[in-house]
Design a protein around this ligand. Sequence first.
Ligand code: ADP
Ligand code: MG
Length: 353
Amino acid sequence: MAESGVVVIKRLDETVVNRIAAGEVIQRPANAVKEMIENCLDAGSTTITVSLKSGGLKMLQISDNGHGIRREDMEIVCERFTTSKLKEFDDLKTIATFGFRGEALASISHVAHLSITSRTKDSKCGYKASYLDGRIKGSPRPTAGNTGTQITVEDLFYNVPTRRKAFKSPSEEHQKIADVMTRYALHNSGKSFTLRKTDGDSGPSGGVSVRTQLGSSFVTNIGTLFGSKVAKEVIEVKHYDTQLQLKTFGYISNANCSMKKFVFLLFINNRLVDCSVLKKSLDSVYQSYLPKGSHPFVYLSLEMPTNNLDVNVHPTKHEVHFLHEDEVVTSVQKQVEASLLSCDSSRTFYMQK
Ligand code: ADP
Ligand code: MG
C-alpha cells in the first residue's frame, strides 16, 4: 500500500509471471517425468530410460529412441505453445481433452536448467542445445548420438527457493516418479521402461527400481512390477459397449488375491487419470468377493470418444469427469463383476472335474 493509503497495482515482471505459471504446471519432479514420458510415447519410442539424482531434484534425465527433434525445431521447442501435435484446427477439439499443449518443456525451462540432445533418423548427426526461460541459449551444436531424444533437467526450482525448500525428501520424490513410471510401464506393455538412480547407494539392483523388457506381456509386467502373487491371480477384462462407444480393457485380480491397499491404475484414452467415483464403485464390487479389509488390484484402460471427456484443463489435475458418467461407471462395474463371476465359475467347473 502506498503511504497515502491508496492501493497501487503494479505489473509483475514478465520473467516472474512466467516462473509462477511454470510452477503451476510443474509442481514436482514426478509431473515433469509424466509430461516427458508422454512426449517420448508421442514420438513413437519403444525404449524409455529415466535416470535420477536426488529424486530428480538435482538431475532428471530421460532418453528415448523416438523420432527425434529436427535441428530447426530445436530452436523453438521450448517456447510456450510450440507443438508438433496440432496440425489442423480440427485437432483442437481432440487436443482440448488434454487441456494444454506445448507447455511442458517451456514450463520446465523456466524453473530448471534444461538441455536437449536429439537426432532424427534422416540427420547425419545429432544436435545439442541448452535452454533458459523458454529460449535457446546460442545455436544447436552438432554431436554424436543415436536416433532419439535425451532431455536433461537439472536443479529443478533453483530460481524458486520457497518451492525448492518444500521438498524434504529426495526418496519421496523418487518414489512418486517410480509410481508414475510403473503405471506407464504397465499400460505400455511391450515397450521397455527403466528407472535408474545414479547417485548415492545404488544397492544390489544397480540403482534400477523399475524395469520392463521389450516385448513383455501385460501379465509378465504385472509380475515384474507388482509381484508374482498378483500376476498369478489376474484375469483379463475386454469389452466394447456399443451404446456408449466405450472400450474397456484391463487386468483385475480375482477373489484369491488380496492387497492391503486398493491398487487402482486407470488410463482413459491413454492418459493416466484418477476417477474417484469409478474407484469407489469398483471397491464396492469387490467387497462381496474379498475378506474384510482386503482390496483388489485393478488396471483398466478405457477408450471413449474424446467429446465425451470433460476438458482436463490443467495438467496437474488428474481427476476426470465425463459425459454419461453414471452409465460409464455402471458399464465398467458390470464388466468387472462379470469377469469376476466367470472366473469363479470356471474355477468351480475345474474343481468338479
Ligand atoms: P506438446 O507435447 O504438448 O506438444 P511439449 O512442451 O511437451 O508440448 O513438447 C513440445 C514439442 O517438443 C512437442 O510437440 C514435440 O514436437 C517436441 N518433443 C518433446 N519431447 C520430445 C521427444 N521425446 N521426442 C520427440 N519430440 C519431442
Ligand atoms: Mg507434451
